[in-house]
Design a protein around this ligand. Structure first.
Ligand code: J2J
Length: 551
C-alpha cells in the first residue's frame, strides 16, 4: 500500500516495506502505545506538572493509568463535539499536563493536532486555522499576560470551519476543557500506524510556515531510536524545559520518547535556572534538552546555585549551532554529559553518541539515528561532493517526510525527484560520519533556535505604506548566535519613518514577538547580485561590519 494521501506525498510502497521489514516501523499508534504502558505499569508516574510557580501549591502528578483514562474520557468528549478522524485541531498550550491529555485524546480519535507555539499570535494562528481548515482551537485562558480567548474569538469569526474553542482555565465565551470529558466510548475506527498523527511546523523560509505531516509509524521510530542513543529507559526523568510543542522537546527524545520508554516527564513552566534547577533537584531529573543560549545561561548559573544538580546525567543541546567553546563548558559546569543534537521537524535527527570521544562531542553535531538515514552532501548543482567536502545536506529515510502538507508547488523544489529533502543546511561530514553544521543556504534566521523565515517578515514590512522594499537578514549576536536585521528602502517622497515605527507596525500585525526585527536599517537601495537579485550576502556583511567593534 502506498501511503500517499491527497494532502501529502507519503512513503513509496517499496520504502514503506523496507522500513517495516527492517523493524523501524513497528506498527504501533500513539493511542495504543499509551494503552500498553498504562496496562503494564498503571501506577507509575507519567507526567509531573509543578504548576505555574514550582515549589508552591498546585503540583500535579498523573500516573500512566490516569493519563490513559483521561485521554479516553476527553476523546469521548471530543467525539461528542463532532471531532472525528482526520480533523485538524490547532493546539496552543504551554507546558502543562493538559497538553498531553489533549494530544493523546486526539491521537486516539485520529484527529490531527497542529502544534502551534505559545509565542504565536494572530497572524500565525489565523494561518494555521484557515489553512488546515481546523475544527477546533485549544488554548490557555491567559498566558504570559496574553489573553488567548480574545484572539480565539476573532479567529473564530473569520474562519468558518472553526466550530470549537476549548480553554484550559476560565473559558470566557468559549468552552472549558474541563467540561468536555465524557464516559469513555469504544473507538473502532481509530488511526492506523501509517496514518498521519499530527502536523508539526516547519521553521520555514517562505512567506507562511509550512506544515509537516508525520505518521505514527515514522515518528514512533524517531522516539525509540532516540531513546536508545540517549540512554532513556523507565528510570529516566525527562525535564521539558523548551516549549512542549516544539519537535526537539517533543521527540529528541523528548516527552513522547520518555513516555514511550515508560519514564517520567517533568514539565518546566519556564526554562530559566531559577525555575529549572530547583525542579531538577526536587524531581530527580536525569535528562533534558536546551537550545544553545539557554545552555550557556545554565552553565553560568550552575556555579552559584545552591541546588543539587547531581541527578542530571545528560544535557542535549541543539536547535542552533553550539560553538565548540560553549560546548566545552557544559560538563565542567553542570557535571553532566553533553550530547549535541542536530534535528529538524521534517525528520532527520543526528546525535553525538554517549560513547563518542569527547573531542567528537564538542566539535560535531552528531550522526543520524538510523542506518537507513541516507545522507548526501552536494554542490549547487546537486552533484555529490567528495568525502569531507562542505555542501548542501540532502536526506531521505524512515522518519523524514516526502513532502509538506498541501504544498505541491513548494514540494517540487524542497525535495529532489527521488524524494530527498533539501534541508537548507550546509554541512561537512567527518570520516566517522558525523556532521558539522557549517552554515545555511535557506533564507532563514536562526535566533538561538527560534527560526525566522525572512520572506514572512519581509511581507509584513512591505505592507507598511511608506515601505518600498525590505530584506531581512541575520546579524551576529553573542547571546543568540544570530538576530534579525531588516533592511528597508522607503518609498520616494514618503515621510521619514523611524526604526521603532517599523517594529511596532510588525508587532501590531500580530506576529510572534521573536519575529519582530531586532534592528531596522534604512538604505537608498539594496546591493545586487550579478543577475540583479538583492544580495543578502552583502547585506549580512554590511551589518556584521557595522556591529564589529572598531579595530
Ligand atoms: C546547527 N543547526 C541546527 C544544530 C537544528 C532536535 C533538535 C533540533 C530540532 C530543530 C529538532 C542544529 N546545529 N545542532 O527538530 O528534533 C537548525 C538547522 C535545521 C533546523 C531545524 C529536533 N539543530 N539546527 O531545531 O525544525 O538549520 O528543529 O535544519 O526547529 O534547525 O529546525 P527545527
Amino acid at each position: 500500500q502506498h501511503t500517499t494521501t491527497q494532502d501529502a506525498p507519503g512513503y513509496p510502497a517499496e520504502y514503506a516495506e523496507r522500513y517495516r521489514a527492517a523493524g523501524y516501523w513497528r506498527g504501533e499508534t500513539f493511542g495504543q502505545m499509551l494503552r500498553d504502558r498504562a496496562a503494564a505499569h498503571p501506577d507509575r508516574t507519567a507526567i509531573v506538572d509543578p504548576g505555574p510557580e514550582p515549589g508552591g501549591e498546585g503540583r500535579r502528578a498523573w500516573t500512566y493509568g490516569e493519563l490513559d483514562a483521561r485521554a479516553d474520557r476527553l476523546a469521548a468528549g471530543f467525539l461528542e463535539h463532532g471531532i472525528t478522524k482526520g480533523d485538524r485541531v490547532v493546539l496552543q498550550l504551554p507546558n502543562t499536563a493538559e497538553f498531553f491529555e489533549v494530544v493523546f485524546a486526539l491521537f486516539r480519535i485520529g484527529a490531527l493536532p497542529v502544534f502551534a507555539l505559545p509565542a504565536h499570535r494572530e497572524s500565525e494562528i489565523r494561518h494555521f486555522c484557515a489553512f488546515t481548515e481546523a475544527v477546533a482551537y485549544v488554548i490557555p485562558d491567559v498566558e504570559a499576560g496574553f489573553d488567548h480567548r480574545a484572539l480565539a474569538s476573532k479567529i473564530r469569526a473569520e474562519v468558518d470551519t472553526l466550530r470549537h474553542v476549548f480553554v484550559v482555565g476560565d473559558p470566557g465565551e468559549h468552552t472549558a476543557l474541563r467540561d468536555v470529558a465524557r464516559e469513555p466510548v469504544e473507538i473502532t475506527d481509530g488511526p492506523r500506524p501509517d496514518d498521519l498523527a499530527f502536523l508539526q511546523l516547519s521553521g520555514g523560509s517562505t512567506g507562511v510556515p509550512k506544515l509537516i505531516p508525520r505518521t505514527h509509524d515514522d515518528y514512533i521510530y524517531s522516539l525509540w531510536g532516540s531513546n536508545e542513543l540517549c540512554a532513556v529507559d523507565e528510570h529516566s526523568v525527562y525535564l521539558c524545559a523548551l516549549p512542549a510543542a516544539h519537535n526537539f522537546p517533543l521527540s529528541s527524545p523528548g516527552t513522547l520518547g520518555a513516555l514511550y520508554a515508560g519514564a517520567r516527564v517533568v514539565l518546566a513552566p519556564r526554562p530559566s535556572p531559577d525555575v529549572a534547577f530547583p525542579l531538577i533537584e526536587r524531581e530527580g531529573v536525569t535528562i533534558t534538552g536546551l537550545v544553545p543560549p539557554l545552555a550557556l545561561v545554565w552553565t553560568e548559573a550552575a556555579a552559584a546555585t545552591p541546588h543539587d544538580l547531581s541527578t542530571l546525567d545528560v544535557l542535549l543541546v541543539g536547535g542552533a549551532k553550539f560553538s565548540e567553546e560553549a560546548a566545552r563548558r557544559v560538563t565542567p559546569a553542570l557535571g553532566c554529559r553533553l550530547q549535541q543534537v542536530f534535528g529538524m521537524a521534517e525528520g532527520l535527527v543526528n546525535y553525538t553518541r554517549l560513547d563518542d570521544p569527547y573531542e567528537t562531542v564538542v566539535t560535531t553535531q552528531g550522526r543520524p539515528i538510523s542506518p537507513d538515514d541516507e545522507i548526501r552532501v552536494v554542490d549547487d548543482e546537486d552533484n555529490d561532493l567528495p568525502a569531507g567536502g562542505t555542501g548542501h545536506l540532502l536526506t531521505r529515510g524512515p522518519y523524514t517526510i516526502r513532502g509538506y502538507w498541501r504544498a505541491p508547488e513548494h514540494n517540487a523544489t524542497a525535495f529532489t525527484a527521488d524524494g530527498f529533502y533539501r534541508t537548507g543546511d550546509i554541512v561537512r561530514r567527518t570520516e566517522t560520519g558525523h556532521l558539522v553544521v557549517e552554515g545555511r543556504a535557506k533564507d532563514q534566521i536562526n535566533r538561538g533556535g527560534e527560526k525566522v523565515a525572512a520572506e514572512e517578515i519581509e511581507n509584513h514590512i512591505l505592507a507598511h505604506p511608506s515601505v518600498h522594499d525590505a530584506a531581512v537578514v541575520s546579524m551576529p549576536d553573542d547571546y543568540l548566535g544570530e538576530r534579525t536585521c531588516a533592511y528597508v528602502v522607503l518609498r520616494e517622497g514618503a515621510d521619514p519613518v523611524k526604526s521603532l515605527a517599523i517594529k511596532k507596525f510588525v508587532r501590531e500585525r500580530g506576529l510572534a514577538s521573536y519575529k519582530v526585527p531586532d534592528r531596522v536599517e534604512f538604505v537608498e537601495e539594496f546591493p545586487q547580485t550579478g543577475i540583479g537579485k538583492v544580495s543578502k550576502k552583502d547585506l549580512r556583511a554590511a551589518i556584521a561590519a557595522r556591529l564589529a567593534p572598531a579595530q
